[in-house]
Design a protein around this ligand. Structure first.
Ligand SMILES: [Zn+2]
Length: 248
């Protein structure tokens, strides 16, 4: 069953009313939802950095362990060489072993140098890590405060919002897809979120431009969809002029 233009306009007006109420509710939350999202993103970023720092420290510690093991092996070898040196048969053998010991000692010094470098690197990373942990704690405190504030504001309007969303769901089913899309588009472009307005006191209820009398008459008939020539909002009806008081 095809709806008449008048029914479509009434449906749009009702939808506009629901959406405007939802806008009001959302306005009370201000920038809090966005601030909460930003903080959550920032915290996720810090946590990623912390994990990276901890991974780097872990790698450096394994590096240190393997250098220490190499040093232990080196010590054993040197001990073994020194024992061998006591049983050499000639100078040539003695010199060869001395050479081996010297090489082993050089390796161990190199390992020591690498261990110290790794330890210095760990200390630097730990400074970054501590700074990140401090800022993580601060951000988490901020987040908790903002969330509590938002929860409080939200809880006050939660039931109303739920009702409005439910009736919106029911309501949009009555409006054809194409019309709903136009409505959403006009609403999206409008600062005050109004897509459907009445003509009030001879002017568009959205942009307050004068609507000529003939056009007002067409709108009043409600036989076709008419939009404001200036702002493009859908003009649903013409509000009757209130009787002027204080005059006879
Ligand atoms: Zn207008």
């Amino acid at each position: 069953m095809e709806n008449t233009i008048a029914q479509k306009l009434d449906a749009l007006l009702k939808l506009q009313e629901i959406d405007s109420s939802l806008d009001e509710i959302r306005k009370t939350r201000g920038d809090l939802p966005e601030e909460v999202r930003d903080l959550e993103d920032e915290i996720a970023g810090i946590e990623t950095r912390l994990a990276k720092f901890k991974g780097e420290i872990g790698n450096l510690n394994s590096e240190i362990d393997s250098f220490k093991n190499a040093q232990k092996d080196g010590e054993k070898l040197i001990k073994k060489y020194k024992e061998q040196q006591m049983n050499v048969r000639n100078n040539r053998e003695y010199d060869a072993i001395t050479k081996e010991i010297e090489l082993q000692e050089l390796d161990m010094q190199l390992a020591e140098k690498k261990i110290n470098e790794a330890r210095a690197r760990i200390r630097l990373i730990e400074e970054d890590l501590n700074r990140a942990e401090t800022s993580l704690k601060d951000r988490n405190d901020d987040l908790k405060a903002k969330k509590d504030e938002l929860d409080l504001i939200t809880s006050e309007s939660e039931a109303d919002e739920k009702d409005l969303l439910t009736s919106r769901e029911k309501h949009i089913k009555k409006i054809e897809e194409r019309l709903l899309k136009s409505y959403q588009r006009i609403r999206g472009n409008s600062i005050n979120g109004l897509a459907v307005v009445n003509v009030s006191r001879g002017a568009c209820g959205g942009c307050f431009s004068i609507v000529p009398p003939q056009r007002q008459a067409d709108i009043r008939e409600r036989k076709k969809l008419i939009v404001c020539e200036h702002c493009g909002r859908i003009l649903a009806d013409v509000e009757s002029v209130e009787p002027v008081t204080g005059r006879r």
